[in-house]
Design a binder for this molecule. Sequence first.
Ligand code: TYM
Length: 332
Amino acid sequence: MAKMRVLSGIQPTSDSFHLGNYLGALKQWVELQEDHDAFYCIVDLHALTIETEPALIRKRTLASAAQLMALGISSKKSTLFVQSQVPQHNQLGWLMECMAGFGEASRMTQFKDKSLKFGTDSARVGLFTYPMLQAADILLYQADCVPVGEDQRQHIELTRDLAGRFNSRYGQTFTIPDGYILKTAAKINDLQEPSAKMSKSSGSESGVIEIMDTPEVNAKKIKSAITDAGNEVRFDEKEKPGISNLLTIHSAISGNSISSLESEFGDKGYGVFKSAVADVVVEYLRPIRQRALDLLEDEKFLVDLLHEGAAKARIVAAHTLEKAYKNLGTVA
Ligand code: TYM
């Protein structure tokens, strides 16, 4: 039987991915490549919706590839590629823009949040049309499954709606994808502001654990994480958001259940628990960071690998785009 298809994407918007990216999405990318036909995309075009510099885009795209490989994405098991090398993304993106309603696009919370933060005058049109490009990313590969964090749920819903609308107007063209969103770890929070998600654009640098930071920096950040009133280590997102976030992180990395961690650390106090979380995270990330640094030494290897991935991706993408145009009635 043919394998199910998985597709996901990540923006190369910083020098390092953070622990939220990893636990919310990338860990699942690595697992799913084992028994799925996996396509993973570094979405550099999406990253252009905010101000950027040519040298940075290049550096961060290569750093993204190195980190993905260091985390366990294998070019033998997955097709890893850069979005801008597969022009069909923009082409299908336009068709998706023509399927989406203005009101529907205006309800996307990511656009609402960012345009509120920076002002509608400085928000780019690309930020507004971003979710339709994301829908194209997914639908081009006829993906069954899209592993993402909780913050992408609305984009996946929109993708499903657009695919269903296209199929019912123009005939069966796209697979309707399902989001693959974990129950735990789908939202890892900022260590200094545990009610807000850990984020690249977050205000607090000390609240974000970066994969490429040194073990010393990360240990310090975890040991200085904001904790809650009291001293009992117990999972309670409302009363104890800081400790609950750390329990989620420890559990996702160590594989120990939250309840076993509660029994182990319940009455030991926050200091002992935070040191244990720091040890688990730091020792886990140490070899990953080193592998990524080693991979970054050989830029040609990374560039060639991404070219190979794009060549494979273009074949699948071209096939879907052709089908979409044909069903729409364009003259071939
Ligand atoms: P991006 O680049 O912001 O994040 C990449 C992935 O990391 C997840 N994530 C988190 N998960 C848990 N806790 C957090 N604090 C956290 N922060 C980020 C995100 O949910 C995401 O899965 N729009 C997408 C990129 C994209 C895409 C796609 C994704 C473009 N095309 C097609 C899937 C399929 C984004 O901005 O992710």
